[in-house]
Design a protein around this ligand. Structure first.
Ligand code: NAD
Length: 318
């Protein structure tokens, strides 16, 4: 495989580069280092089959140049993290909309199969009370820029479907549900690395909201091989597939696990959502993937236990 990984210096992207190189493929990573870092790829420097290109997916000419001659494109570059999206809505919109179109267009032009990373957030808040005109129910409402991420990712899916269907090239959309592991940064609001960093520094562990919200964290080491297998499985082509873990836990429960596994004396402090993200911010109470489709298509079975994932993050904490 001659693969391009956009966002290759990011958390999931760098693990994907490791996996592809370990399996004998040629890899070019394209990244602007906005949330990722070349430090995530130092282990691959000097590897003849690996190249890291510093640049943006918004640079159409560069994207085209990098993808030319490849047969597979994994598109992971995106503006991610609630803070990034809320603080820089316009830039995030551009990256996720125009950037994706540049990448998918180039993949199609060069007849490369492609995978586009999407998110569980496309499912919205999942509450099914009577529908009112509240701005927070509208994906991408300017008043609720948090949801603009979901809206752009929904459009990314549409771009992938349409280009995939019209070109006849294999294309896969993966909807990630709270993927965690070493190299994920807590700087942009990601909860597990943030809790680990706070616990190791004996600083208060900050829970946004009441901590009753429930999540299911998936290991990057389960998800990365699944991405490759999905692209290689014709029955998965032109499908959106959930990928995530299977152990559900409350955010307070997660804080307790992190305290236990780090042996930290940190206190837990609760911060109202409005103080963390601004007025009107809300979060889903529960987010849990159904991975039946991935299991049926590629035998996907998340194997890593949450405690082991937390331990690996503790070990790799910079
Ligand atoms: P990440 O921030 O570590 O990775 C994103 C990478 O894209 C970074 O390296 C960043 O520098 C790069 N990037 C951003 N804008 C760019 C641009 N204009 N040009 C080139 N590179 C650019 O985050 P991640 O968690 O590894 O996310 C990877 C993908 O998975 C993203 O598309 C994200 O939306 C999706 N995703 C991740 C999760 C998760 O739980 N980690 C959940 C849902 C979706």
């Amino acid at each position: 495989m001659k693969a391009v990984v956009t966002g290759g210096a990011g958390f999931i992207g760098s693990h994907l580069c490791d996996h592809l190189i370990a399996h004998g493929h040629q890899v070019t990573a394209l990244d602007d280092f906005s949330t990722g870092s070349s430090a995530n790829l130092t282990q691959l420097s000097g590897t003849p089959d690996f190249e890291l290109v510093h640049g943006s997916i918004l640079d159409k000419r560069l994207v085209n140049e990098v993808i030319e001659g490849s047969d597979t494109v994994f598109h992971l570059a995106a503006a991610v993290g609630v803070h990034t999206i809320v603080d820089k809505p316009l830039q995030s919109l551009r990256t996720n909309l125009h950037g994706t179109e540049n990448v998918v267009e180039a993949a199609v032009a060069h007849k490369a199969r492609f995978l586009v990373a999407s998110t569980s957030e496309v499912y919205g808040k999942n509450d099914v009370d009577g529908l009112t005109e509240d701005a927070d129910r509208i994906l991408g409402s300017p008043l609720k820029s948090r949801w603009s991420y979901a809206a752009t990712k929904g459009l990314d899916e549409l771009v992938a479907y349409v280009y995939g269907a019209e070109s006849g090239l294999p294309c896969v959309i993966t909807r990630f549900f709270n993927i965690v592991g070493p190299r994920q940064t807590g700087r942009y609001g990601m909860v597990v690395p943030r809790f680990v960093r706070q616990a190791l520094a004996d600083e208060p562990i900050t829970i946004y909201g009441e901590g009753t919200q429930r999540r299911c964290f998936g290991s990057v080491f389960d998800v990365v091989p699944a991405m490759v297998r999905l692209l290689e499985t014709p029955a998965a082509h032109n499908k959106a597939v959930n990928l995530g873990g299977k152990e559900e836990i409350s955010i307070k429960g997660l804080a307790d696990r992190v305290l236990d596994l780090t042996g930290s004396q940190s206190e837990i402090s609760y911060i109202p959502y409005e103080d963390a993200y601004g007025e009107g911010y809300e979060d889903m109470q529960r987010r849990m993937p159904d991975t039946t489709l991935a299991a049926r298509l590629i035998g996907y079975l998340p194997e890593r236990r949450l405690d082991d994932v937390i331990r690996s993050i503790i070990e790799h904490n910079p």
